[in-house]
Design a protein around this ligand. Sequence first.
Ligand code: PEP
Ligand code: MN
Length: 368
Amino acid sequence: MNLPAHPLRSFGAWEGSPQKPLVIAGPCSAESLEQVLETARALKAEGHTQLFRAGVWKPRTRPGQFEGAGYDALSWLQTMRQEVGLPFVIEVANASHVEKALEVHADAVWIGARTTVNPFYVQEIAEALKGTGIPILVKNPIHADLGLWLGAFERLEKMGLTDLAAVHRGFFSSYSAPYRNEPKWEMSFELRRQAPNLPIICDPSHIAGQRDLIEQVAQVAMDIQMDGLMVEVHPTPTEALSDAAQQITPLRLGQLLITLEANAPKNLALQEAIDQEREKLDQVDQHMVELLRSRMDIVHALGEMKAQHGASIFQMERWFDLLQKRGSQAEELQLNKAFVEELFQLIHKYSVEHQMGVYTASRKQREE
Ligand code: PEP
Ligand code: MN
């Protein structure tokens, strides 16, 4: 992906530092004008929130649950922006949602986890947003398929939409406990590797699923240098019409962000200590690769000898002997024997492969 650096600059204060994450907060769903205004005023007073979130059309797993206030909620959000002064982001799941979002000049939109899974919907949304330049957040797909997540960004980018950010909200899994969704942090590491300029925002609310776990998830997100947080906030969380268990009050969000800020210098000191140890690891790793090079030189020379004399490459006894020796050495040095054996299986596999190459080359030479 070929994105400009730091596309979320549209929101001003995004600096991508652990001390200053981009903060997106607001209720899971916009429920009434009063609830929207009360939440937004409290967030504005608390001072960290840069973008107000609220679900207008709610994708519910089962019918009969609160499905959002729909079009009415759009006017509440416009009123909120005028009276409180916070820009807002809403979820869009099809072209008609996009049309309505654009009509009310939503400041940004997000594509939800249940939509990212479906390339037809993502394509439809991308086409409907074409030419707008609006900032778009894309939540990870429900299940851990990085291709679908990346694919959504590619579809948007193809329509000229480059003000993009990812939202990591965890993945459906039977092993998600104690969380609602399994974090699978490695997925965002891989996203970071494949799209280095894409900001990644963590949604600790949908990962945690219960308010008492939000702090620890948010702390991990900051420790791994995610660029922001999207948190569900409600003035009376237990009475929320959707996701009541995971919403927190604006006050608690303020406390959470202060704790994160206070932890940041501690984390910097820790990071320095970690970096120092990693330098040592790098040296050992470098040495290991050099040793592998020397080992392969011997393997090569052996391969030539075997080829010249037509000896077979794979000698079972030698292999068992090697495994036995290294296994016992591992035990003596209190290393996991299975780990060392597995490592040598891999080394052996590539050594045999290398010698086969030597064999084939030498046979060709003799035939010429
Ligand atoms: C939400 O943010 O309220 C929401 C529905 O999220 P997700 O798509 O991550 O489930
Ligand atoms: Mn929600």
